[in-house]
Ligand binder design. Structure first.
Ligand code: ZN
Ligand code: FE
Ligand code: FE
Ligand code: ZN
Length: 266
């Protein structure tokens, strides 16, 4: 069985389509579950250009997700989730926000290194002036801390820093291994996120190097398209399935109320 645990919708202002259109697409392609995991609000409505207002979370997003869950019962299981951000200094706010909700899971993503939204095409120019190996080290340090802080269930797009095709000049396998040991100790899963195939890097997140280390450490996997348009739900999952077979013993993780279980994709 297949599920898509990483989808967005128009509330984040950089995705198209209403929540229900994502659900309908998932039903059409025969997914067993869809996770609605839009970008979480942040303290003081920070970075509102790319996410919903907190007020919209309470008045629109949460009620809509719970209503859709009832409406589609028997057709597809709908998970109530968010894609959270690891941003140092916001941990307490996020902890309280998560505790006020009955999320099925929370994805932990690193989209900021300091104030730099490094995956935003508007700020890609900064890569030209940055020391790329330092950027990579800083990125994985953030991933490590995002796992250690205990706020999240799933590591989102674990090597997003490659999005525009920038590569480290040195071998970073030891850095990856140390990072993933922290992920393992935190009991988290790593998602196979197919959106990288639609980005300049044209690769799944994460790389097969990372997936090989995940399999060595026995870190569980989840599946997500990171769809920002309804038609991208489940996109390129044939590729993802091959990776789950190779690096995850053919099994993926499911979550309910932040409890993990496992199922075979066959
Ligand atoms: Zn997004
Ligand atoms: Fe993301
Ligand atoms: Fe996302
Ligand atoms: Zn994402």
């Amino acid at each position: 069985m297949l599920v898509d645990y990483h989808t967005h919708n128009e509330l984040c202002k950089h995705a198209d389509g209403a929540l229900e259109e994502y659900v309908r697409h998932a039903v059409r392609i025969g997914l067993k579950e869809i996770g609605l995991a839009d970008h979480s609000p942040m303290p003081n409505d920070w970075d509102i250009e790319v996410r919903m207002y907190e007020e919209q979370f309470w008045s629109l997003y949460k009620p809509a997700v719970l209503e859709l869950r009832e409406k589609y019962r028997g057709q597809i299981d709908i998970k109530f989730a968010v894609e959270g951000d690891f941003f140092p200094g916001t941990e307490e706010w996020v902890r309280e926000f998560n505790a006020k909700n009955e999320f099925d899971y929370v994805i932990g993503s690193v989209h900021y290194l300091g104030e730099w939204g490094f995956d935003n095409p508007l700020y890609v120019g900064k890569f030209d002036h940055a020391e790329i190996d330092q950027v990579y080290l800083s990125y994985y340090d953030h991933i490590k801390r995002s796992a250690a802080c205990g706020l999240f269930d799933i590591v989102g797009h674990c090597d997003l820093v490659k999005k525009f095709g920038h590569r480290p000049t040195k071998d970073i396998e030891e850095v990856l291994r140390e990072t993933l040991k922290v992920v393992k100790n935190a009991g988290m899963a790593v998602e196979i996120n197919t959106s990288g195939l639609r980005k300049p890097v044209k690769e799944v997140y994460p790389s097969e190097t990372i997936l090989r280390i995940c399999s060595e450490l026995d870190i569980p996997l989840t599946l997500g398209s990171d769809a920002h348009t309804p038609g991208d739900v489940g996109r390129d999952f044939e590729v993802a399935k091959g990776l789950v077979e190779r690096y995850g013993k053919g099994r993926i993780s499911l979550y309910t109320r932040r409890q993990r279980s496992e199922v075979s994709i066959a």
